[in-house]
Design a protein around this ligand. Structure first.
Ligand code: CU
Length: 111
């Protein structure tokens, strides 16, 4: 928990200059064109301050195969584009959960 609190404090500095919603690694449009990528939206109810999404995003990005993470603090969601051959929904959810933010899949019927 101490680690999480520290991350939040550091995030406060980052939030001034960086937008919370950030696409990383590969461009999401490019990813959407590929057949071997999957987009899943997670609900993360513990994103209670504006810097929490940064912690969630960084945790999810560490998973091999995750192409982009777009967090939405207002809706408390994280939209993740990933390569299903490398990353699994459970792995991505676990990464967020392990960072202190339990994630559950929001759109279980979409692929
Ligand atoms: Cu926070």
């Amino acid at each position: 928990m101490t680690h999480i609190m520290k991350a939040c404090t550091l995030g406060m500095v980052l939030i001034v200059s960086a937008p919370v919603v950030t696409a990383v690694a590969h461009d999401s449009h490019q990813a959407a064109d590929k057949q071997d990528t999957k987009t899943v939206t997670f609900t993360i109810e513990k994103m209670t301050c504006a810097t929490c999404p940064i912690t969630v995003r960084k945790a999810m990005e560490k998973i091999d195969g995750v192409l982009s993470v777009v967090t939405d603090y207002r809706n408390r969601t994280a939209k993740v584009v990933f390569d299903p051959a490398k990353a699994k929904v459970d792995m991505i959810a676990k990464a967020s959960t392990d960072a202190g933010y339990p994630a559950k899949r929001a759109d279980s019927k979409k692929s």
